[in-house]
Structure formats: C-alpha cells, structure tokens
Design a binder for this molecule. Sequence first.
Ligand code: UTP
Length: 295
Amino acid sequence: MAAAKVRKAVFPAAGLGTRFLPATKAQPKEMLPLVDKPIIQYGVEEALHSGIRNIIMVTGRGKSAIEDHFDVSFELENLLESRGKTELLKIVRQVSDLIDVSYIRQKEALGLGHAVLRSQDLVGPEPFAVVLADDVIDSETPCIRQLLDIYEFFGAPVLAVMEVPPEAISSYGCIDAEPVAHNGSKGKVFRIRDLVEKPKQNEAPSNLAIIGRYILTPDVFDSISQVEPGSGGEIQLTDSLRHLLRSRPLYAYKFDGKRYDAGDKLGFLKATVEFALQRRDLGGPFREYLKSLAL
Ligand code: UTP
C-alpha cells in the first residue's frame, strides 16, 4: 500500500533562543535575517520546493513578527505598486502567496516534543514533516524532499541525520542504527535500533546526530503524551521517538547537503558568509571585500 501523502509541515518556533541573546529577547531567532530573508523563510521555501504548502507554525514570543512576515502587507504592497517597484513587490509576495499558514501557540517552552504535540489538532490523522528552521540546509534537492523519498519507500517515519565529530555528539540527539541497502547504496539509510538525547561522548552509540528535519506519522502524538520530561527538564522529541520505536520501525537518512546551525552565533555567521558568497548580486563584491581583510 502506498504511504499516505505528506501535505503539512510543522515549524516549532517557540524556543527561548538563549544562545542568541540579546537579539532574541523580543523576537524569535527564526526572524533573524540570513542575508536578506528571515531564517524561517528558508525552511518554508524548502517545504514548498518539496511539495508541501500547508505550514503550521508553533510560536511563542514574537508571534506577531512571524505572522506579519507571512501575511499580506497592504500598506507596503500598495506603496511598492504606486512607486512601480515591481521586482520588490514580487519578492515581498513570493512566499506568502504560495503557502497556507496556521498558527498555534506554545505558552511555555516545555520542550520540542511538547511544541510538536501542540500541533496535533491542526495536523490531524495524517503524516507530517517537522522543520526546525534554525537548522538551515543548503542542498541541491531540498532536504525534506530527500526524506519524503525515503518515507514513501519504507512507509515509516524518517529522521535526517549527519555525522558529527565525537566531541560534538553530546549537543544532539543520537541514533544507534544499522545501515540498510537502498537504491544500490549502503550507508545512507539506517534502520534505527535506539535513540538517545544529548548522550555523553563516551556513551554515544554512534556519531550520527539527528538534525532538524523529520517525517513523522500521527501515532507520534500518543508517544509524546506518554513520555516524561527528559534532558534539561523538557519533553524531548527524541524520547518520544524512542517510545514510538516500540510499536513501529523508524528510519534515518544521511541527507545530501550542508547544514548550518543558525541558532548558534558562529553557525549563523558561517551561514551568512556562505549564503552571501553564493548570491549573484552580492557574491562578487563580498568576495573582494573578504579578500581585502588582513586575516
Ligand atoms: P533549541 O534546542 O535550539 O532551543 O530548539 P531554543 O530554546 O530554541 O534555543 P537555545 O538553545 O536556548 O538557544 C530546537 C527547536 O525547537 C523549538 C525551537 O524554536 C527550535 O526550533 N522549540 C524548542 C520549541 O518550539 N519549543 C520548546 O519548548 C523548545
């Protein structure tokens, strides 16, 4: 039987963003601009280019900034129209015209699992993607599209993973998994044996870190409801997936592409520099400027 189609993507964006204070005191980190677009727009465009246009945002503080960004701005659009700024008008409308966004609030930042659970009524009884927008991924095929291909083949939840240096694994959820041959290659798809959130380096079962892209099935909501708060006193999605593993297989996919942790200052700076260098309008002069610095 064909796997049910994934039509919705949940964007948890209610975290406190403490690593980016004070910039995140009054606005979510998802609204920080990467070159000239808020971080969250990269994730929304990734969903859109993967065939998903139903977007569910789980927001906390700074809700209005995210809502306003994806809403129509009559004042601004009228002004741009009257001044004949058609290119800018196109840019402003580009994404909001193509997506259908709903919002739900997570009143307290009780963890990623809890944030995903808040989306249950809007998701309903169907599979869905989860996008942590502060993980920005640069790839030829959108990362969500890559995961959807694996989901459609195995008919089971799929998490994006990447290899990290051993000393970095304690910052991530980590999987214990066995490689599964798929499409003639081995070492890209894994069947998960176990998952652990932020393991100590010497206790980590692998160097495969879970990053912020998931394809999940609606039974995950039951699992989230049943787990106790874990690492950091938060309801963790990783713990919920561990619970889900008791009742169904889960897969992981080592995606093609480069991931930036834009919720971290250094990661954000790296993404800013590399995205700017790739831009047709900015890349040339920016490269010249970087070369001129006495580094
Ligand atoms: P992070 O682990 O990056 O936490 O959350 P954070 O609170 O946002 O940031 P720091 O570590 O304090 O700087 C991963 C993702 O889960 C969301 C965040 O918005 C981010 O997209 N999240 C986390 C929630 O929506 N609610 C929560 O309670 C926790």
